[in-house]
Design a protein around this ligand. Structure first.
Ligand SMILES: [Zn+2]
Length: 140
């Protein structure tokens, strides 16, 4: 495995136009090219993909599929700040409008099934390899 830095990669979330994420680091096999991103880069990818999809979703998701931040906070039993943080980090899918971000209901329902608290203190630190799956954000 060889550490590589400053990589630019093109990602194509299923059903969306491609997005380029720049300045990524990771470790890759010199023979086959398989490898994984650094934790920091994984977060950057997740955030970039969520942001990218949020802009496109603004043109195709109908208003009834969206929730307000206040409503999302109430549904999940967390603060509004927590909802903003989840959106900032790409952990909650949302739609970007010119003035605000609105959580997508479908993804709130998923978050409800997996209570937020369960993610706060993981029993064991996930391996870099296992957590690399989280970078592959899938659209419906
Ligand atoms: Zn290999």
């Amino acid at each position: 495995m060889r550490i590589r830095k400053g990589l630019d990669r093109r990602f194509i979330p299923r059903g969306y136009i491609p997005v380029e994420v720049k300045g990524l680091d990771g470790q890759f096999c010199e023979a086959c090219g398989d490898g994984f991103w650094s934790l920091k880069s994984e977060r950057k990818i997740t955030q970039a993909l969520t942001e990218h999809m949020a802009k496109e979703d603004a043109r195709r998701i109908v208003a009834s599929e969206l929730a307000s931040v206040a409503e999302a906070a109430k549904l999940l039993g967390v603060t509004r700040q927590a909802i903003h943080k989840m959106m900032n980090e790409g952990r909650l899918r949302y739609v970007q409008t010119p003035s605000l971000r609105l959580p997508i209901r479908e993804f709130l329902e998923q978050a409800e099934r997996k209570p937020w608290k369960a993610h706060r203190k993981p029993a064991a630190r996930p391996s870099k390899r296992a957590s690399s799956r989280s970078a592959r954000v899938q659209a419906k």
